[in-house]
Ligand binder design. Structure first.
Ligand code: HXC
Length: 257
């Protein structure tokens, strides 16, 4: 499929979605949001793809929701707009998604990165929730996901001041898994996605789903879900293959079944 606002590419088992609204620093207008979700869904539906990478440009992963598009909304328009729930399409993707962040990830851009399963950053990346400086608050999960990533005090500091943090601080605080030189970032993200993509796909989906349960529910519910999913791994050919390969000291050959 062809999209106006993103570039899509597949490298072996990795689907790459590159945001492509450079003049607006990838500000997330309706068209870009739709294209990100549709491109991710296309990779979700492609059995040859095991993991997805979302990335932007050197200057910006995404500088936030499109302020110009939002500026004149009334309450009833904001409340009624589908745009604000569009990202539910992205958060229901079951394949692992890596955000590779160079440059700005601000407001909705930071929230979009946090919707992904792993955030990797280039050295010059900047993260922030500047909504308060515009007279609004985060609306795509920023107040919820940031606190889970960095804890209350640091999340509050970012949400209440709008101050940005750089890539190294974001890594120290646990928002970002790893920092790379900017020019290596996308290749490193693709390498990690390729490693994930080389695993049994149904097992990777279960690993993501079970890990997300920790994020979304209670410890007891999460452990119960994890245990049930662990049990159900034994219904897969790939579990038999994985454990046989270990015993035979060879690499497993997954059939993704
Ligand atoms: C619309 C944007 C934009 C945005 C940048 N641009 N961010 N347009 N929405 N969020 C546009 C600029 O207007 C400008 O267009 C062009 O991109 C280049 O930006 P500059 O400001 O000239 O670049 P620079 O001086 O390098 O500053 C970069 C920046 C700054 C620090 C990232 O652009 C900035 O502060 N942007 C806004 C960041 C922000 O507040 N994001 C949160 C949005 S609210 P022209 O036409 O002038 O060249 C949000 C809510 C999410 O995300 C929740 C929704 C439900």
């Amino acid at each position: 499929a062809k999209f106006d606002n993103v570039l899509v590419e597949r490298r072996e088992r990795v689907g790459i979605v590159t945001f492509n609204r450079p003049k607006a620093l990838n500000a997330l207008n309706s068209g870009l949001i739709q294209d990100i979700c549709s491109a991710a869904e296309a990779f979700e539906g492609d059995p040859e793809v095991g993991a997805i990478v979302l990335t932007g440009s050197d200057r910006a992963f995404a500088a936030g929701a499109d302020i110009k598009e939002m500026a004149s909304l009334t309450f009833s328009e904001a409340y009624g707009e589908n745009r604000f729930k569009e990202f539910a399409r992205l958060t229901s993707i079951r394949k692992p998604i890596i955000a590779a962040v160079n440059g700005y990830a601000l407001g909705g851009g930071c929230e979009l990165a946090m919707m992904c399963d792993i955030i990797l950053a280039g050295e010059k990346a900047m993260f922030g929730q500047p909504e308060i400086t515009l007279g609004v608050i985060p609306g795509w999960g920023g107040t919820q996901r940031l606190i889970r990533a960095v804890g209350k005090s640091k999340a509050m500091e970012m949400v209440l001041t709008g101050n940005q943090i750089d890539a190294h601080q974001a890594e120290r605080e646990g928002l970002v898994a790893r920092v790379y030189p900017a020019e290596e970032l996308v290749d490193q993200a693709v390498a990690i996605a390729a490693k994930i993509g080389s695993m049994s796909l149904p097992v990777a989906l279960m690993a993501k789903e079970a890990t997300n349960a920790a994020y979304e529910g209670t410890l007891a519910e999460g452990c119960r879900l994890e245990r049930r999913m662990f049990h159900s791994c034994f219904a897969l050919d790939d579990q038999k293959e994985g454990m046989a390969a270990f015993a035979e000291k060879r690499a497993p050959k997954w059939t993704h079944k």
